[in-house]
Design a binder for this molecule. Structure first.
Ligand code: J2J
Length: 548
């Protein structure tokens, strides 16, 4: 096993195998077999381009053979930061075919995040689009390479050949030297990590979530079953594909399990997706609540025929029951199915046969009999049914430890391997839970998680900041945004503008910037003498309510 990875213990691994959850097949091989099974069906639609399963497999194998020629080997690490395009899947599955571990970075990540991932996992490759607006990923990658020369290969989307980089378009257009057979002799252990997902937050450095071949394939097979996917499914993939939800829960991987089609758009903006839903007869939507709210309130919504939509999934953040009810009114044949998931593993999808009153309120049930869920108090004791407790979980596709963070793992897992999620829940009825809040120190901005500590650590380096506490403030669409409470250094008067500029100069992703600054002389303290973020959160919510 790779260094720093916590494998599943032998007894549970045996149980997961015996129950048929783990197929003992590498992820790349599993999806190669899907491509063979559905060869002539359409796998991917993007703009007007239709890619069949046969073509998908040809492109994946072509890239896989190029990757071998370039020098990539099983268990190498590569960072993927590709936009929503078919090439994302060619590159991702191409690396999976040769057992390279793909770290799935999000499009807004910048130097601060990508540089950290490169060093933390020892990445030898990075694949990205060339630019987003006036930001150049090529320049950023070269810059990171200067500091981390182990990052040997830069792969850039498109046909243009940038100095020192490999063009992905060029690879797709040329026949590689190694024959097809090289792919058959690779040894890939399905108990090793296939994917590194990124944790939503809570610590100063983003944490890496190892997902094994066995667990990540199971994740998509299981979720796609509860999501009622089949060969006629047409899933709209409009959230960043790298995220666990649109990639695997059930996401486009779930579509591939059944031979359906994934329809990819660059963004989740109403003007980008409404015409596509109509034209491509989309059956399944996967959105964050903020995107659903924007869609439902878009002026052009009623101009489109959306009768093909059967299932409207939202996840990442609590969906308000009123929004769910409105969505069922506005999609004539659609049912809302909320997804409660996490990149760490556990995913629960609502039962669409539950009555709306239940469905709009709860998370659950689980789809896997071996998912174990408990709600516990601060001492780790199970709470009484109906009481609020922290949800802890264990199962055949939930991680057993973050990569290489033993101290943090000691605090985040129980002795018997339950992951302590930091989510507060109450049991509604057997197998169904109401999300009541969270214990973890993060801001959930439209489903994108921001670690308060990460932003605070960066802000503390500013000369005008003596102390800082970042807390969530309510927002009608995004759910939450970041408010920074700052105690200024003596004589200093920091502004939101200059603090944000300072953060951007450090190469932080834009969505992590605070959106309001409150200057104070002291922080309220908890009974233990810690800064009381609870009080600060209530304070800013009250201020906003009064229109301040
Ligand atoms: C309330 N909070 C939710 C929900 C996630 C599917 C869907 C989402 C994610 C995801 C994912 C929630 N209601 N419906 O990976 O596969 C909050 C919880 C959870 C955290 C995980 C998937 N759905 N959450 O959002 O790793 O606090 O994964 O612990 O980004 O989002 O965040 P993340």
């Amino acid at each position: 096993m790779i260094d720093g990875f916590t494998p599943f213990p032998a007894d549970l691994a045996q149980r997961y195998r015996d129950s048929g959850y783990w197929l003992d097949q590498p992820l790349g091989d599993y999806f190669r077999d899907c491509c063979a099974r559905y060869r002539d069906r359409t796998a991917i639609i993007a703009d007007e381009e239709h890619v069949s399963y046969g073509e998908l497999n040809d492109r994946v194998e072509r890239l896989a053979r190029h990757f071998i020629r370039i020098g990539f080997k099983p268990l190498d690490r590569v960072i993927l930061q590709l936009p929503n395009t078919p090439e994302f899947l060619y590159v991702y599955l191409g690396f999976q075919r040769i057992g390279v571990i793909t770290l799935l970075a999000l499009p807004p990540h910048r130097r601060h995040e990508i540089g950290h991932y490169v060093d933390f996992v020892g990445a030898v490759g990075y694949a990205a689009g060339d630019r987003a607006g006036d930001f150049s990923f090529v320049d950023m990658a070269r810059d990171i390479q200067t500091d981390s020369p182990g990052l040997r290969h830069l792969l850039i989307l498109g046909d243009e050949v940038h100095d020192g980089c490999i063009s992905i378009g060029g690879l797709l257009a040329t026949e590689p030297e190694p024959p097809k057979e090289v792919l058959d002799v690779l040894e890939i252990d399905p108990d090793e990590p296939a994917v590194f997902q990124l944790s939503g937050g809570t610590t100063g450095v983003p944490k890496i979530i190892p997902r094994t071949h066995n667990d990540y394939v199971l994740n998509s097979i299981g979720c796609s079953g509860s999501n009622h996917m089949n060969a006629d499914t047409r899933l709209l993939v409009c959230l960043p594909i790298a995220h666990n939800f649109p990639l695997a829960s059930p996401g486009i991987q779930g579509v591939f399990v059944h031979g359906g089609a994934g329809v990819i758009t660059r963004t989740a903006r109403p003007e980008d997706i409404l015409p596509v839903i109509e034209r491509e007869r989309i059956t399944h939507l996967e959105l964050v609540p903020a995107a659903l709210i924007r869609l439902l309130h878009d002026d052009d919504f009623d101009r489109y025929d959306l009768s093909s939509v059967r299932i409207v999934n939202t996840g990442g953040q609590r969906l308000q029951p009123e929004t769910a009810a409105l969505a069922e009114q506005k999609f004539p044949n659609g049912k809302v199915q909320e997804v409660f998931g996490m990149a760490e593993g556990l995913v629960m999808l609502n039962d669409i046969n539950d009555p709306p009153a239940t469905r709009f309120e709860v998370a659950g049930p689980v789809w896997c009999r071996d998912d174990e869920i408990r709600l516990v108090d601060d001492e780790g004791r199970d709470v009484m049914p109906g009481e609020v407790g922290e949800m802890i979980c264990r199962g055949p596709y939930t991680l057993r430890g973050y990569l290489n963070l033993p101290d943090h793992n000691a605090r985040s897992f129980t002795a018997d391997g339950f992951f302590m999620t930091g989510d507060l829940m109450r049991q509604h009825s057997p197998g169904r839970y109401v999300v009541e809040g969270r214990k973890k120190d993060l801001i959930n901005r439209g489903g994108e998680k921001i670690s308060a500590e990460e932003v605070e650590n960066l802000m503390l380096a500013h000369e005008s900041v003596r102390n800082v506490a970042c807390v969530p403030m309510p927002d009608p669409i995004l759910g939450e945004r970041t408010c920074a409470y700052v105690i200024p250094a003596p004589g200093a008067s920091p502004t939101l503008e200059n603090l944000c500029k300072f953060l951007l100069d450090q190469g932080i992703a834009k969505f992590k910037l605070p959106e309001r600054l409150e200057l104070v002389d002291v922080f309220p303290l908890s009974p233990f003498g810690k800064v009381s973020k609870k009080d600060l959160t209530e304070l800013i919510a009250a201020k906003l309510k009064q229109g301040e």
